[in-house]
Design a protein around this ligand. Sequence first.
Ligand SMILES: [Zn+2]
Length: 159
Amino acid sequence: MRIGQGYDVHRLVEGRRLVLGGVEIPHAKGLEGHSDADVLAHAVADALLGALGQGDLGTHFPSSEARWRGASGETLLDAVLERMERAVLEIENVDSVVVAQEPRLAPHREAIQASLARMLRIEPERVNVKLKSTDGLGAIGRGEGIEARAVALLRERGG
Ligand SMILES: [Zn+2]
């Protein structure tokens, strides 16, 4: 078994789409970033890379490289899944938390969880998505951004 944790945060700005776990959420603002800024997919990808002992997203997909401009969370996760396959590891389970003051994400939780499972190519029971607000505290509480954390447990394939 190998465990990894991931963390990511992006700024909420006008004129961007808001994509969480591959699901587009209707909102006046979206997350800013070089890629599609899917903060949840990024945190999960970093948790997987951590479990693999292979650095982080920033190392493998530097925002200095034009080819990653607008890259979807799914594209990044696909590349991480390939690394996992080469290491003969598979996902036991993934747990995650999205921390956001706005918009209200509860109505989208199940869709986000199902989408994340599809992107990770595992059964929905192996993925958990939790939603938190910060009670108005701090930058996230002021609606300046959205944060995501994830842990992933990997096991030997077929083990
Ligand atoms: Zn990110």
